[in-house]
Design a protein around this ligand. Structure first.
Ligand SMILES: Cc1cc2nc3c(=O)[nH]c(=O)nc-3n(C[C@H](O)[C@H](O)[C@H](O)COP(=O)(O)OP(=O)(O)OC[C@H]3O[C@@H](n4cnc5c(N)ncnc54)[C@H](O)[C@@H]3O)c2cc1C
Length: 465
């Protein structure tokens, strides 16, 4: 076992090297004439660093580079059923043009690119090169600013001292670092199945992180901050997930084409309205509904219509081809389903399809079922023409909703709303989401509030100097 060392004190220690942590470290290091002395601790080794951020395409809920999508504030609050703090969302919108300008100044470029949603209600922008490019550019800028980035250095202890904090790291070179301020940006707890089960019920244990970056986000640093008096926020029993191809082992093998067929569980029964709205606004509900099915298993079942949908390949992120068969019985046996059960479900669905609207794969078309439970509200087309198509599905977790409570400066607050001096948090480890995730806001908020937390922490410690 290596001996614990104690390195020179820092002004700011940042825990976590995704978009939130890198933005925080960089903005702290840029503050004032000389910048703050910043140490960034990253649990993963350098080849695996970057957290969830490194694995995402990183869609931003923006109409243009500096312009939030229509209804941004209202949607974020409405999706949370009024629970997300308005002040937080307003700060996000107010600060996003500055953060976008800042990150472009560090070499990140943005583009408008077609999303993987064949139907979408909101526009999206993304960094060229996705989250990986964001991590690369911010890491390089941190290095140029003298941030001391330490990989394979998980924070395992956080204590308050007379003049700040003592952060203990584990890993191959354990260390104790004293710092005036600490910014926690260590992601959610999607990488810890025990914690998922504790907060969401035993069935949540079945979910794996949708990409390798999520495995490091285990929630232990959130607990350390709670131990120092930090309050929690966000819906701890909820998560953001995606329906994925259960045969695939690749990251984000998502299947975003469920409106063009029916979904059945492993008893061959339907369990959700597959056409309740545009895919971007409904895929999370579908992922949750799949989590509630036996063995967290579902099957998309369609027919020749599937191949007529323009752009269908965009919604199939999986590397595996759909199963194709000449009959429903054959499809059932290929998928491991009971042929009679599947045939009876398909027959009941076909009988309920109304023909009073034309099928329009690009927008909610009002082509619904009648008298069927659960209904299909749009894109209801009979499944009767070979080749029949099937894709086995499960639910992967993207991130958790529960986290730390912070104010608009990124400062951690206690149960009474009073700030904990010197202690900041940003990104997934802060809890703002409830009920339904307003898509394409997580990287954006990590960037905006990481930058805010870094500047606020540096201002606090440099003022005291
Ligand atoms: C496949 C995929 C697609 C996604 N698509 C989108 C999208 O299009 N738009 C969008 O907005 N969001 C998307 N997301 C979500 C988004 O990527 C993340 O929520 C966001 O990047 C989180 O940023 P973060 O900095 O808070 O956390 P992360 O990027 O996860 O970084 C947290 C870091 O903390 C480190 N860490 C954890 N514990 C410790 C510790 N004890 N000590 C030191 N370091 C620690 C981790 O190793 C990790 O590097 C997607 C996510 C995935 C995986």
């Amino acid at each position: 076992m290596s001996a614990t060392t104690q390195t020179a004190p820092a002004d700011v220690v940042v825990v976590g090297g995704g978009v939130a942590g890198l933005s925080a470290a960089l903005s702290a290091a840029e503050r004032g004439p000389d910048g703050a002395r910043v140490v960034l601790l990253e649990k993963a080794d350098e080849s695996q660093a970057g957290g969830n951020t490194a694995w995402t395409d990183a869609y931003f809920r923006l109409a243009d580079v500096y312009e939030p999508a229509d209804g941004f504030v209202d949607d974020m609050i409405a999706f949370s059923q009024g629970k997300t703090e308005k002040a937080y969302v307003e700060t996000l919108v107010d600060q996003l043009p500055h953060a976008m300008e800042w990150v472009q100044g560090h070499g990140v470029r943005f583009q408008r690119r077609a999303t993987y949603f064949v139907t979408a209600s909101k526009p999206r922008m993304m960094p060229v090169g996705g989250g990986e490019a964001l991590v690369r550019s911010l890491t390089q800028a941190c290095r140029e600013r003298g941030v001391d980035i330490r990989y394979s250095a998980p924070a395992v202890g956080l204590e308050r001292t007379d003049d700040g904090f003592l952060v203990t790291t584990g890993g191959p070179q354990p260390d104790r670092i004293s710092s005036r301020a600490c910014i926690v940006a260590s992601g959610g707890f999607e990488g810890d199945r025990d914690r998922l089960a504790q907060h969401m019920g035993e069935h949540a244990r079945a979910m794996k992180p949708i990409a390798p970056g999520g495995q490091f986000n285990t929630g232990d640093v959130i607990d350390l901050v709670v131990g120092l008096g930090g309050a929690t926020s966000g819906e701890w029993s909820n998560f953001h997930g995606e329906p994925v191809d259960s045969r695939s082992t690749q990251a984000e093998a998502s299947v975003m084409v469920f409106p063009y067929g029916i979904l059945v569980n492993n008893r061959g029964e339907r369990f959700a309205d597959e056409g309740i709205g545009t895919v971007d606004e409904t895929y999370e509900d579908i992922a949750r509904a799949i989590l509630d099915q036996p063995d967290v298993a579902a099957y998309l079942v369609s027919d020749a219509t599937f191949d007529t949908v323009p752009g269908i390949e965009r919604g199939l992120l999986t590397d595996r081809k759909p199963v194709r068969a000449d009959s429903i019985a054959e499809l059932a046996s290929e998928l491991g389903l009971d042929p009679d059960a599947l045939a009876s479900t398909v027959d009941a669905f076909n009988a309920a399809v109304r023909d009073d609207h034309d099928f329009d794969p690009k927008a909610p078309d009002g082509r619904a079922t009648e008298g069927l439970e659960p209904a299909k509200s749009n894109w209801a087309v009979r499944i009767d023409t070979p080749p029949f198509v099937g894709i086995p599905l499960t639910t992967d977790i993207v991130f958790t909703y529960g986290g730390l409570a912070t104010d608009e400066r990124g400062q951690v607050v206690d149960d009474q709303g009073a700030v904990l001096p010197g202690l900041y948090a940003a990104g997934e480890c802060t809890g703002v989401y409830y009920h339904k995730y307003p898509g394409a806001t997580s990287v954006l908020r990590g960037l905006v509030f990481g930058r805010i937390a870094g500047a606020s922490a540096a201002a606090e410690v440099l003022q005291q100097a």
